[in-house]
Design a protein around this ligand. Structure first.
Ligand code: TYM
Length: 333
């Protein structure tokens, strides 16, 4: 029965074009889960304004992200796809949860430390309390699991702490969710700085999902490896981080195991390996790019998807919010 299925939820910020890290660490896995779970996938637009955005770009990227979710295999009939700012309960619950989040625990968040170093001229309160909003995003839907890449694990953990703290005072209001981190692709590294995670802020080492095939191939051909000549395609993340990253990417897009990949390229150099990884990525992304472009031409359809999604999401989120308001003692309107 529908309501016996376990629930999943996750979101991505439309703060940049989606990249291979978002795909392998998140969306690719989501598409495989929608049969077994009741799924909520959203565009985390409220989160993006913790860093200044160009309004027209934010709108365009939010719509493109919806189209890409669908193009990656998230069927809107079987998944609730919505825009965070269309469901006011996110902002409403975030306020309540901020009052159950401690200053000290927010100060320890790696993403806050990184982003405040990067945007030293705009260390705003939203950047600091961001994990309380993320906790609200999650807890409103009472999910069992939150599928994310490794970099978001800390935020899911603080969400669990906030939920437990709230439940400790008011009883079992929130289900305490588990992070769900993929075996391959959980931490895709930059192609030209393999000690740093792939992100839009390092565009030369970042492969965007809608990028032209020739640009993708060029980035793979230039990927940083090492000067190992004797059987160089070996999985050794400690000593060969660039090669390990390429092998992980190749494994994630082809489904091959790491030992199989070592065998496939035994006796061959990077001149054969790097373009092979590039080609495999191009072939994985080609249908996604084409389908995204096709969907973007049909704005009415995309609107119908996000409106229906917001309606469904609002019903579920509204139930949790009412319960919380009652528990903390707000007079019923
Ligand atoms: P965001 O928008 O930075 O990233 C979205 C998803 O992509 C994953 N990811 C990666 N995975 C592997 N390798 C990489 N290089 C890489 N870069 C990004 C992230 O782990 C994430 O799963 N705070 C979240 C968005 C969010 C959210 C939520 C997620 C807001 N509310 C509620 C889950 C539940 C964020 O900034 O992710």
């Amino acid at each position: 029965m529908e309501n016996e299925k376990k629930t999943l939820l996750s979101g991505i910020q439309p703060s940049g074009e989606l990249h291979l890290g978002n795909y392998l660490g998140a969306i690719k896995n989501w598409a495989q889960l929608s049969d077994q779970f009741d799924c909520y996938w959203f565009m985390a637009d409220l989160h993006t304004i913790t860093v200044r955005q160009v309004p027209a770009d934010l709108r365009r990227r939010t719509l493109t992200q919806i189209a890409t979710y669908i193009a990656c295999g998230l069927d809107p009939e079987r998944n609730t796809i919505f825009v965070q700012s269309h469901v006011p309960a996110h902002a409403q619950l975030a306020w309540v949860l901020q009052c159950y989040t401690m200053f000290g625990e927010l100060s320890r968040m790696t993403q806050f430390k990184d982003k405040s170093a990067k945007h030293a001229d705009n260390i705003n309160a939203g950047l600091f309390t961001y994990p309380s909003l993320m906790a609200a995003d999650i807890l409103l839907y009472q999910p069992d699991f939150v599928p994310v890449g490794a970099d978001q694990k800390q935020h899911v953990e603080i969400c669990r702490d906030i939920a437990n703290r709230f439940n400790g005072v008011y009883g079992e209001v929130f289900k305490v969710p588990e992070p769900y981190i993929p075996k391959t692709g959980a931490r895709v590294m930059s192609l030209n700085q393999p000690d740093t995670k792939m992100s839009k802020s390092l565009p030369e080492g970042c492969v965007f999902l809608l990028e032209k095939p020739e640009d993708i191939l060029r980035k793979f051909k230039r990927a940083v490896t090492d000067s190992d000549r004797d059987n160089p395609v070996r999985y050794d993340p400690e000593n060969k981080p660039g090669v390990a990253n390429l092998m992980q990417i190749y494994a994630a897009v082809t489904g091959k195991s790491l030992p199989d990949i070592e065998r496939e390229f035994a006796g061959q150099g990077y001149g054969a390996f790097k373009p092979a990884v590039g080609e495999a990525v191009v072939e994985t992304l080609r249908p996604i790019r084409e389908e995204t472009e096709r969907l973007l031409a049909d704005k009415a359809y995309l609107e119908s998807v996000y409106r229906a999604g917001a309606e469904r999401a609002s019903r579920v989120a509204g139930r949790t919010l009412s319960k919380v308001y009652k528990k903390v003692g707000f007079l019923a309107p």
